[in-house]
Design a protein around this ligand. Sequence first.
Ligand code: TRP
Length: 364
Amino acid sequence: MTEPEKTENLSYDTFAASVQRSRELEADIAKNPGRHRVLTGDRPTGDLHIGHLFGSLLNRVRLSKLGVETFIVIADYQVLTDREVFDRIAECTINLAIDYIAAGLDPDGGKVFIYPHSCIPEMNQLLLPFLNLVSIAELERNPTVKEEIEAAKMARMNAGMFTYPVHQAADILFCKSTVVPVGKDQLPHIELTRTIARRFNTRYAEKNPVFLEPQALLSNTPTILGLDGNAKMSKSRNNSVTLKATEDETAKIIKTAVTDSERRITYDPASRPQVANLLEIASLCSGESPEAIAESIGDGGSGKLKAYLTEHLNEFLRPLRTRRRELEKDIPYVRASLDKGITKAREVAVTTLDEVRVAMNMYR
Ligand code: TRP
């Protein structure tokens, strides 16, 4: 018997290839939406912000509207890898579901399924066989996990942190998804997922492959900087406009945005990244190009730019926020939507786990 994992190297370094594949994938999805299934998700740790909206949520909405089945996993188990706080997980799960639905992911159309992964036991069980298909050394090399370990400053490293990418492979593979829309930081996990799928098929299911090798789909939107102008917009850095924020809160946080001392507004991403960031967000909202917005503001300075951004961002978010407030008042609807997602995901997971157990010659 051949042992592919001894010779085949798992490479975490495939960014250029992923960009290229994403473009081809986009074209195929548009042509054959029925042949694809999208799976992606988030950790339920806090409020989604406009970085999530422009970077991933609107892309998911677009894909689901093309008629592609879209599975959205709320990765509640993953939250436990780097924090001990667990008392708000259920609340954050509901909150995240509200953000999703308000952004336009429609759980009533029969195409979008939203569920917490802890509610899908048969999916979780895939972790056990999968753990045997990767080496400790491969897990140790995962660059995203390395960064997270640094960032979490954990006194003692738990094995959950180390192995969550294998669990994430179960998230992705159980439903035979073909497309995984993610940010760049998730590419190592997708690479590992593809490797696990391949190794499973080679080892246990050569004649009748059980798993597909899904592909990452990188978004076209440039990364949105935080309003502090330093790093990516992030839940924990207090440098974001949340979807949930009121119009006044939005105005207030945009006023604090860091710009530069030059009065005249120009669009120059290389030398004026903070101003360019505000112009780009404004452009996403108003549909005008960043250059045209800069031109119209001219000597008005950053005060005028911020006023323009506030107005257009609030206008852009208004329908979403109205829907959000309605959903906050209708938690039974949100729960029923999650129940629908759970039911669908479990149906799929039961079938896949059975195929896996047959392939592995397990007693059943
Ligand atoms: N790791 C992802 C994050 O931190 C969340 C996630 C969990 C995910 N399971 C997934 C993303 C499956 C894509 C596919 O954002």
